[in-house]
Ligand binder design. Sequence first.
Ligand SMILES: [Zn+2]
Length: 140
Amino acid sequence: MNADEATTVLTPPPVMGLYDAPMWGSIHARKMTLQKCCSCASFRYPPGPTCGECLSMQYEWTTIKGGGEIWSWVVFHRSYLPAYPAPYNVIAVKLEEGPMLISNLDGELPAGSWIGCRVQLNYVNMPDGAVLPRFRLVKE
Ligand SMILES: [Zn+2]
């Protein structure tokens, strides 16, 4: 371990299954793609071999718009990982394309319930070089 490693808090690495690398590569390039079914046009998340709607194995990686709506949220007041000091939030976002992403809300936070708030994907550079797909509120 060198001096930089000792002072940089590492972002937990993503779990990489057989279908995850293209998605994480697109996130690092700040143009997130998900698998879109060639038979029924449904988007898949997490990445996998078959469509959850029609079981087709055919897909194409398609860039998502990044818009969505908060379906659930929580603020943790206890830290579980050094990269996420408390307090921090976790949100469940229903993407316009259909899948649900679990992420974090940065910037201005809503007053009251966060459910139903419109959000937009925002790529965040972590101190260790990782790029994470997080969200920001959409001003309406
Ligand atoms: Zn399908």
